[in-house]
Write a protein that binds this ligand. Structure first.
Ligand SMILES: C/C(=C\C(=O)SCCNC(=O)CCNC(=O)[C@H](O)C(C)(C)COP(=O)(O)OP(=O)(O)OC[C@H]1O[C@@H](n2cnc3c(N)ncnc32)[C@H](O)[C@@H]1OP(=O)(O)O)C(=O)O
Length: 366
């Protein structure tokens, strides 16, 4: 009998031997298929990520979120923070990153996120405790190899138990067993008899741009638009091309093990055909473009976030913003709340992300 523990019993450097071995080997799987998730299940995510100054600054630098309140103590104090906090996009990515191994490492795409609230602004050194509850599981009617899963996730300060971030997120998750479906999707008839292909999209004739970045300038722009049946909407000049650091580096630095971002071999045979950018990186870049054209006081809430199309290496992400509402009474005296719809789009002008964001903007006279 061969002694298979003998190091010389098998030549692992021989291609044919190695291939035969690989064929026989069972692969120890990572992540979970759609069938694993049941509504009501609670999952505690093991990675106890510690938020770091270096991680936050790297995220900010790479995504063009160059707001000095998140690295300069004097500017942080001016903005009402007791100490320099980590950037909220980095915080959100760290909370989400810690969930990926349990929720989505099997390889589904991030489709959207709702009810995102930044409850607190933690400082570097804060250790995260992250948990999720399965909210809903639905078979996909158009893609029999996938199901749709929604989870509610909460990221807390492990030491104090305080909530830092919470949200509901939806992913396409591969099924272990594809379902029987015609896979055709449903073609619906609007029923009004109008030929939609020639009607053209409904857009305002006039788009108004705020004259500055403070709360009053956004409110004035909305008032101006209201008088002239226009919308307040504008594009941002900056663009950021997706390189390796953004597509693979940033997700891995926040413990996001989704293969979509770092395994080109597996992704060749997937709907995107290549690795894709982490949704939170794409989103953060579009928000950075928008923030660079406003006097942000605080990030607050996000809703109806949707990822419409793939972003791959070499794509360039631009930003477009529509202003939806201004609320002078929300927040402290020195700021007012503005609700935006932000769109990230690529070099072909294809929207890849859209989402609503409510932020507190500084008032100009305070
Ligand atoms: C983190 C992380 C992973 C990532 O970050 S992945 C990178 C970010 N995400 C993407 O790049 C995906 C971009 N999206 C797309 O390219 C397309 O949406 C996609 C995935 C190709 C699918 O396109 P389809 O045109 O085939 O289909 P739909 O977009 O209509 O959606 C497929 C089914 O999902 C349902 N659905 C979509 N959005 C939601 C939602 N927000 N909530 C609930 N359900 C949603 C939709 O109704 C379709 O259902 P069917 O029953 O009709 O199949 C990580 O790993 O975590």
């Amino acid at each position: 009998m061969t002694d298979w523990t003998d190091p010389d019993a098998v030549d692992l450097s021989d291609e044919e031997t190695f291939e035969t071995l690989l064929d026989r080997a069972e692969t120890r799987e990572k992540g979970h298929y759609f069938e694993f998730f049941e509504p009501g299940d609670e999952l505690t995510h093991d990675p106890g990520l510690v938020l770091s100054k270096a991680g936050s600054e790297d995220w900010m630098g790479q995504t063009l979120n160059h707001d000095p309140a998140y690295w300069r103590p004097d500017r942080a104090r001016d903005r009402g923070f007791e100490a320099v906090p980590v950037h909220p996009d980095y915080l959100l990515a760290c909370v989400m990153g810690a969930t990926v191994e349990d929720l989505s490492e099997k390889g589904g795409y991030f489709l959207g996120r709702d009810d995102v609230t930044i409850h607190r602004s933690p400082t570097p050194g804060t250790e995260l405790a992250v948990s999720s509850t399965v909210v809903e599981t639905t078979p996909s009617s158009s893609r029999p190899e996938y199901g749709i899963v929604t989870w509610e996730t909460v990221g807390r300060n492990r030491e104090t138990g305080d909530r830092l971030v919470s949200y509901e997120r939806t992913n396409m998750i591969p099924r272990r067993e594809p379902t029987a479906t015609d896979g055709s999707g449903t073609v619906t008839d609007s029923g009004d008899g109008e030929d939609e292909s020639t009607a053209g999209p409904a857009v305002p004739d006039t788009l108004v741009t705020p004259e500055g970045g403070h709360f009053e300038e956004f409110r004035a722009a909305l008032n101006r638009a209201d008088e002239t049946d226009a919308a307040v909407a504008y594009a941002h000049e900056r663009g950021r091309t997706m390189d390796d650091g953004l597509v693979s580096g940033l997700p891995l630095s926040t413990l996001n093990t989704a293969r979509q971002h770092h395994n080109r071999d597996v992704m060749t045979d997937s709907p995107s055909g290549d690795i894709v950018a982490y949704g939170d990186v794409t989103r953060s870049i579009a928000l950075a473009h928008a923030r660079s054209d406003e006097a942000t006081y605080r990030e607050w809430r996000y809703d109806a976030e949707r990822f419409h199309d793939f972003v791959t290496l070499g794509d360039t992400i631009y930003g477009f913003t529509r202003v939806l509402d201004c609320d002078a009474d929300a927040g402290p005296e020195r700021a007012g709340a503005v609700t935006f719809e932000h769109v990230a789009y690529n070099q072909h002008r294809t929207p890849v992300y859209s989402g609503r964001r409510t932020a507190l903007l500084q008032r100009s006279h305070r």
